[in-house]
Design a protein around this ligand. Structure first.
Ligand SMILES: Nc1ncnc2c1ncn2[C@@H]1O[C@H](COP(=O)(O)OP(=O)(O)OP(=O)(O)O)[C@@H](O)[C@H]1O
Length: 224
């Protein structure tokens, strides 16, 4: 396995108008590591994930993915992100006019990969037989499973998840979290999950707390 960190954040800063959200933040994520980020509301967790995803750019500092600097507005960087990253963001809605199979095939199409893995992935999230259904025929938990299948189908090296179980009941949450973890481990991917849920955070290898000093691992005695 490569020793190049999957993700390297160096001295990242980000402000919105006069509000400094992130400052001097550095972190390195090793290949195959799955970490959860927790922290107070408004501390900048989603902002950080958006910066890594390339949905926004930092005011200062450097973000390297697989050892490479990736400018937000560069086409080659967009292609690399598309191949390398998998997003499980609530804002990334499943497209309503496409069937489940078409939705899950999208990342494969965009990356010029064979499309048959979409069916395997739908089966893996428990939606075998529902391939030709449209999103409006699904429950919230089922929809979230489609979003997860779509995020993971092209076997991304780095998975970014923002409150992946936000609106789900506890049983469905457990199932979804188990699924995310097993897919991450089966593909030897790295992952960052941002969450307020202790249940979700506990599925990660490590829990980090984001505060105004940066990212720090939670100490073992606080882990209960
Ligand atoms: N596009 C934006 N424009 C202006 N301010 C923003 C923008 N995005 C985030 N902020 C502000 O940046 C701060 C951090 O927001 P962020 O969503 O990253 O926090 P968070 O830690 O994810 O919070 P929560 O746990 O409540 O989701 C907040 O004060 C928020 O109001």
């Amino acid at each position: 396995m490569s020793h190049t960190p999957v993700l390297e954040l160096s001295d990242i800063s980000k402000s919105y108008l006069d509000r400094q959200v992130l400052s001097g933040l550095s972190y390195s994520l090793a290949a195959g590591e799955y970490v959860a980020i927790m922290g107070d509301s408004g501390v900048g967790k989603s902002t950080l994930l958006n910066l890594i995803a390339g949905l926004d750019s930092p005011d200062g500092g450097e973000i390297k993915i697989d050892g490479k600097n990736l400018p937000v507005d560069d086409e080659a960087a967009t292609i690399l992100r598309r191949k390398y990253l998998g997003f499980i963001f609530q804002a990334f809605h499943v497209l309503p006019h496409l069937t489940l199979q078409q939705n899950v095939s999208l990342p494969l199409l965009l990356n010029h990969l064979p499309l048959d893995h979409a069916l395997t992935m739908l089966a893996a999230v428990g939606l075998q037989g529902r391939e030709q259904d449209f999103p409006h025929q699904l429950s919230g938990g089922e929809l979230q499973r489609v979003a997860i299948a779509r995020a993971l189908v092209h076997r991304p090296r780095l998975i970014l998840a923002d409150e992946p179980t936000g609106n789900l009941d506890q049983d469905t949450s457990r199932e979804i979290l188990q699924l995310i973890r097993s897919e991450i481990k089966a593909n030897q991917a790295s992952a960052i999950i941002v969450t307020h849920s202790r249940l979700a955070a506990e599925t990660a290898d490590r829990i980090l707390i984001l505060d105004r000093h940066g990212l720090a691992p939670i100490s073992l005695e606080n882990r209960e």
